[in-house]
Write a protein that binds this ligand. Structure first.
Ligand code: B12
Ligand SMILES: C[S@@+](CC[C@H](N)C(=O)[O-])C[C@H]1O[C@@H](n2cnc3c(N)ncnc32)[C@H](O)[C@@H]1O
Ligand code: SF4
Length: 454
């Protein structure tokens, strides 16, 4: 009899924007269904809605009669996933539960605490999951590692083995409401101390363009209007950018979808920005701060002329852009943060500011005590630092929100200058709004901002 593996992820909150099918369970399913285990394994992928009671999740999983359950754990679903583990222990005591995902790159103390919380009823895989899960399932059930074990995952050397994850388990796409994440590469050449992406290695492993093209075809046939690129940055090299732009044109996805991508502003060329301007690209440009001490502690560079040059190119070639800041980086005071906000607000593009998440697996997490980073254990969000009190963090957040709103309105008004038709104005507004929040017309801020900018 074939073993039944059920891979699940509790959804991320969409914040009024389009929701997104979970990628890790589909990636693992796609990999395993192409492996030697394919004949001996039945695989199901389940997207579990956030906010539902753990008992309901457990009943849905139990109705599939699994032998092994895999759960993907992220910052946004960590508490809900732990609660689900506790219920699964009661509802399916004979079933093996395996946890994976970036939220598990804890240090040994935190991992031990997690194990206690779930009564040592789970197996944890730290790191990439494909090879670890394959090895686990290849082992006869009586010889497998038991609950309470931590397995170190290994990097998958060739991402061709993943195939096309979205084809392994179709979500139920709602045109205009579904954002499809596509992972085209793993690894990052930078080592920012607040981030965990370098856990995937320091050079980029690419998926073959043919497999990515199959996902674009699927997206086109299912009316997907948003593609979110899951890699560290889209412009890994000029050659790769152009190869990918060509695939987007060939599959007809250039104007059908908004392509949301992080870009490396240090290396992108004018020619790449021009080409990306033809595929409806939205750039997410990580700046984080302009404060020298915070930049050093984050291991980030800042190149003012280059950044402003790239932003000028985005204007020239009609590419939307949003610049990211982080609130509460070590070394930065409220005044320093205000200077970063003043700088980005003057760039003529949108910006967003997120509170620092002290992510397990990041360098800041390892050095959190030495750096005086105090954060909320449940959400990982920064509470106070050596340079910012809790009230400073709160004020920084409010200040950034207020300035973001004004910058958004300025950007709208600037772009709409000379536009006489309401239809064109609304198109411009929609494009900016989508980049601003990834939200859509259902977002209550939409109507308020639209009225304000006319
Ligand atoms: C897509 C994405 C999102 C989507 C989520 C969509 C969804 N439904 O999943 C959205 C846009 C909502 C999002 C938002 C945020 N995100 Co995000 N996001 C990503 C992104 C780009 C891709 C995740 C992904 O699917 N990767 C592809 C899969 C295949 O890789 P993977 O997740 O690592 O899975 C592998 C292993 O972890 C493991 N594994 C995973 N599950 C399982 C299960 C089992 C059983 C096993 C054995 C193994 C295993 O095996 C997999 C294959 O090797 C990652 C960056 C990245 N490239 O991973 C960030 C990332 C996950 N996000 C991150 C963060 C910080 C955020 C935000 C907090 C950002 C912010 N400042 O607001 C918000 C939080 C949302 C909220 N409002 O609370 C961090 C998360 C760290 C963490 N501990 O969870 C990441 C890693 C980026 C970073 N900064 O380093 N995000
Ligand atoms: C996934 S990151 C990739 C960014 C891109 N590679 C870059 O560095 O320019 C997207 C954005 O998430 C934010 N981010 C990343 N890690 C974060 C953390 N630990 N806490 C808060 N925001 C974070 C940063 O603002 C970053 O620019
Ligand atoms: S923030 Fe961006 S550049 Fe820095 S390590 Fe993460 S993905 Fe790489």
């Amino acid at each position: 009899m074939r073993e039944h593996l059920v891979l699940c992820q509790i959804d991320a909150p969409s914040g009024g924007g389009p929701s997104s099918p979970s990628l890790a369970p589909r990636t693992l399913a796609s990999y395993l269904s192409r492996s030697q285990l394919a004949g001996s394994l039945q695989i199901s992928v389940v997207d579990l809605p956030l906010g539902r009671a753990p008992q309901q999740h457990a009943e849905q999983i139990a109705s599939l009669e699994p032998d092994v359950v895999g759960l993907s754990m992220y910052l946004w679903n960590a508490a809900a996933t732990r609660a689900l583990c506790a219920v699964l222990k009661e509802v399916l005591p004979q079933v093996s539960v395996i946890l994976g995902g970036p939220q598990l790159w804890y240090d040994p103390d935190d991992l031990a605490r997690l194990m206690r919380e779930v009564d040592h009823s789970v197996i944890v895989v730290r790191g990439e999951g494909e090879l670890a899960l394959e090895e686990y399932l290849q082992t006869p059930p009586s010889e497998r590692p038991g609950a309470g074990t931590v397995i170190e995952g290994r990097a998958l050397p060739d991402l061709a083995a993943i195939g096309a994850p979205i084809l392994s388990a179709y979500p139920d796409p709602r045109p205009g409401k579904t954002m499809l994440p596509i992972e085209t590469a793993r690894g990052c050449r930078y080592r920012c101390t607040f981030c965990v992406m370098n856990e995937y290695g320091h050079s980029s492993r690419m998926r073959p363009i043919e497999a990515v093209r199959a996902e674009y075809d699927w997206a086109r046939d299912h009316g997907i209007g948003f593609i979110l690129y899951a890699e560290a940055y889209f412009n890994i090299s000029s050659e790769i950018t152009h190869q990918r732009v060509e695939a987007i044109h060939q599959t007809g996805m250039a104007h059908r979808a908004l392509h949301l991508m992080c870009i490396d502003y240090f290396s992108i060329t004018e020619e790449e920005v021009r080409a990306l301007g033809e595929i409806n690209a939205w750039f997410d440009i990580g700046l984080q701060t302009i404060n020298p001490a915070a930049l050093t502690l984050s291991k980030r560079g800042f190149h003012r002329e280059r950044l402003e040059q790239v932003i000028a190119w985005t204007h020239k070639y009609g590419v939307g852009a949003v610049v990211d800041l982080i609130i509460g980086l070590p070394g930065e005071s409220l005044d320093d943060f205000a200077r970063s906000v003043d700088y980005v607000a003057g760039l003529g593009v949108l910006f967003v500011a997120h509170k620092l998440s002290v992510l397990p697996g990041s360098e800041l997490y390892t050095k959190r005590e030495e750096l005086g980073l105090h954060y909320d254990e449940k959400t990982s969000k920064i509470l106070h630092t050596k340079h910012m009190t809790a009230s400073d963090i709160h004020r920084a957040h409010r200040m950034a929100e207020e300035r973001m709103k004004r910058t958004f309105l300025d950007c709208c008004r600037a772009e709409m200058r000379g536009v006489t038709s309401d239809v064109d104005a609304e198109k411009i507004f929609e494009r900016l709004f989508r980049g601003f929040t990834l939200g859509g017309k259902d977002d209550p801020r939409y109507q308020r901002l639209w009225e304000a900018c006319r």
